[in-house]
Design a protein around this ligand. Structure first.
Ligand SMILES: NC(=O)c1ccc[n+]([C@@H]2O[C@H](COP(=O)([O-])OP(=O)(O)OC[C@H]3O[C@@H](n4cnc5c(N)ncnc54)[C@H](O)[C@@H]3O)[C@@H](O)[C@H]2O)c1
Length: 669
């Protein structure tokens, strides 16, 4: 029996003993507890390796003169799977899962995984497993030769029975390092690698690890085993020291850290959520209801009128059917989920809900009216949540006699897809209320991050700063496609102008008109009926049925006209200036957010930006990224902009200024 953590000194000693013991004919490696070895302790990366090295243990297993059988349950991941690949045979239970997830930390499997896996499952399957990092189940593992047998009953006993069979049948010791048939088949077909690279180009853009994973598998095909191992090591070390992997490993911990609320310990009692209700079946309400149904939680959706309800639930059904048509849900799943969503115009239907999430129009009087009603109808211990993106959660809570039960749950659009959930803690939200929405977020597959009340909360507040500069940049000389390209080159899925076109420019236009605010370029674009993708034109134009933004001379004309009306002499603006002007103000706002304690920690801000706004994870998040540039350099650049424009916008936040002067960073101190 081995412990399910690596490095496995115990495994080494046990093996050495069993190998030396003349009374032992075969060795079975199985783990106690819930799982087989589920990977290395990632806090160990970057430190000197503990002895004995995993390589030495694997060499001992593979070189054993007695058959070694891995008996697997739970998950054999990373180094765990690499241990099984050094064994001569592998058996596992039906529920076992097998994977090499190192790529998700910007690394590659560095203990022979890239050399042995293709020799067992073939090059294409190995590429897919190593480059995606996603695990496969036992049936698939059996089909591809990764498992020799699926076993039932007591695992250790089943492993021993299999080993006895190997001995009785005098089966040879199958050393994966010596298998060549599956890799030899690919030697004459190098196009397999070119095709694979092409197939993953989109989703791996900007990441460094996937390419090194592919190179390592190429080495498995083209080099003798021991040289392949050396090449794997070189490629691994290159990744270990890369900024991309450092950012991804930082982010791995940042995400877990976000679950911790200093004054709401993990054992704080949360309310159990058995049933839920959503008020409003619009864009957000429908998506939020889907989250509950997907998690098997019955949800009641309340609307003002039957037609709005029918429209909203019709869109929910269409969404599910689209997923089913792509083969990712069965027709029965669609009906099951729709069966969990009950629409009504009768408010009394919410009386039993454990949580009610309001997603009605973004207007304070309406929100207050809704919360007064919820206060009257909802059961006393229900959590009352608002999905507002800009309104004061404390004021909304004030419309009830139970502000301790009120909290913000800010979902992102599309609410059934986006992983981020900004939970907004009101001044009076109780610890139980906080604990409930944090636990609920995890249960419905979100990444919940707790923030405080302020305009725009964390994400949109920082986004607003970027938007201000994007608008200025186009007036001063850049064009929307140039601004957007700087951000897509940086790693964002899209830039601010394409994002505006996707969301619909009419939304902001209506809000501006209501408030008497002007945005000359955007207003003129909207006056032409150009509302973005939905009208085939906005900041860009779009071909029918295609979402690719195409630069439009008509928009350039509007921009140059507005610039000349404002007396702005347009000039060439380089990409570096664009990037700095878009991103530094976000970092500065992040510093203010930290000072005001709206976010608990800098890494929470990074989690919000990666999961809510497409900040590339291989750059860690805005605060980690700022540290990697150096806060002194960033602060000084802001001061240069301030000096050249005279604009107080560029005043560094006191926290940024102090950390810059002290030579410190946001995340590492
Ligand atoms: N759309 C987004 O991207 C987004 C993102 C995050 C948060 N939000 C917030 O979510 C909320 C809803 O936004 P949306 O985009 O879904 O709006 P929407 O206009 O699509 O939907 C609002 C729905 O609420 C219904 N409604 C209005 N008053 C009601 C009442 N008194 N009782 C019951 N139903 C009522 C309307 O009929 C409509 O169907 C807003 O607070 C908005 O700020 C929106």
């Amino acid at each position: 029996m081995a412990s399910n953590e690596l490095p496995a000194g115990g495994l080494h000693d046990g093996l050495a003993q069993a190998t030396a013991d003349a009374g032992v004919d075969a060795i079975v490696i199985a783990c106690a507890g819930r799982t087989f070895i589920a990977g290395a302790d990632i806090t160990e990366f970057g430190k000197p390796p503990a002895e004995p090295s995993l390589h030495a243990v694997l060499a001992l297993i593979e070189g054993s003169g007695k058959p070694v059988v891995a008996a697997i349950h739970g998950t054999a991941l990373g180094g765990g799977l690499e241990v099984t690949l050094a064994c001569h045979y592998r058996v596992g239970v039906k529920g076992a899962r097998f994977g090499l997830p190192e790529v998700k930390l910007g690394l590659l499997p560095g203990a022979g995984g890239t050399q042995r896996l293709p020799r067992v499952v073939g090059v294409q399957k190995a590429l897919q497993m190593i480059v995606s990092g996603d695990p496969i189940g036992a049936d698939e593992a059996l089909t591809h030769g990764l498992l020799d047998e699926i076993v039932e009953g007591d695992l250790a006993a089943a492993g021993v029975a299999f080993a006895e069979k190997v001995l009785a049948e005098k089966r040879p010791l199958k050393k994966i390092r010596d298998l060549t048939d599956k890799i030899a088949a690919v030697r004459s077909k190098p196009e397999i690698f070119a095709e694979f690279r092409k197939s993953v180009a989109r989703q791996t853009r900007g990441f460094r690890a996937p390419e090194n994973c592919i190179k390592a598998v190429e080495a498995a095909v083209n080099l003798p085993f021991d040289e392949g191992l050396k090449r794997e090591r070189e490629l691994f070390v290159e990744l270990l020291n890369s900024p991309e992997s450092k950012a991804q490993r930082y982010f791995f911990f940042a995400e877990r850290e976000a679950a911790k609320i200093p004054d709401v310990p993990a054992d704080t009692a949360a309310r159990e959520i058995r049933t839920a209700a959503v008020i409003g079946a619009g864009t957000m309400g429908g998506g939020i209801a889907m989250n509950f149904a997907n998690a098997g939680i019955p949800v009641t959706v309340v609307e003002v009128a039957q037609d709005a309800l029918d429209r909203g639930l019709g869109i929910v059904r269409k969404n599910y059917e689209a997923t089913a048509s792509r083969g990712r849900l069965t027709a029965a799943d669609v009906e099951k989920r729709m069966g969990l969503i009950r629409g009504t115009t009768d408010w009394k239907a919410i009386a039993d809900a454990d949580i009610v999430i309001e997603a009605v129009f973004e207007e304070m009087p309406i929100k207050k009216e809704v919360f007064a009603k919820l206060d009257a109808i909802a059961k006393p211990d229900a959590v009352l949540a608002t999905n507002t993106s800009t309104l004061d959660v404390n004021e909304i809570a004030g419309a009830t006699k139970r502000p301790e039960s009120v909290i913000g749950t800010h979902f992102f659009s599309p609410a059934n897809v986006m992983r981020l959930l900004e939970n907004v803690r009101g001044a009076k939200s109780s610890k139980t209320t906080v604990a409930t929405v944090m636990a609920l977020g995890r249960r419905i597959g979100k990444v919940p991050v707790l923030v405080g009340v302020c305009y725009g909360f964390v994400g949109n507040r920082m986004l607003h700063q970027r938007g201000i500069q994007a608008d200025k940049l186009v007036l001063e000389g850049a064009l929307p496609h140039q601004v957007d390209k700087v951000l897509t080159d940086f790693g964002f899925p899209m830039g601010p102008f394409a994002m505006g076109d996707l969301a619909g420019l009419d939304v902001g236009w209506r809000i501006r008109k209501g408030r008497g605010v002007k945005a000359p370029v955007a207003d003129r674009i909207c006056e032409l009926g150009r509302f973005g993708q939905k009208t085939g034109a906005g900041y860009f134009r779009y071909e029918k049925g295609d979402r690719t933004p195409i630069p439009d001379p008509d928009v350039e004309k509007i921009i140059t006209e507005v610039a000349s009306e404002q007396g702005i002499v347009r000039r060439h603006i380089g990409d570096d200036e664009i990037r700095e002007r878009l991103l530094y103000p976000m970092v500065n706002e992040g510093a203010k957010i930290l000072e005001e304690k709206i976010a608990i920690r800098a890494s929470d801000i990074d989690v919000i930006w990666v999961y809510g706004y497409g900040w590339p994870v291989y750059r860690g998040g805005p605060m980690f990224w700022a540290d990697s540039i150096g806060l002194r350099a960033l602060r000084d650049r802001m001061l240069q902009f301030k000096a050249s424009t005279g604009d107080a916008f560029w005043t560094p936040a006191p926290l940024l200024d102090r950390l810059a002067t002290e030579g410190k960073g946001f995340v590492g101190g």
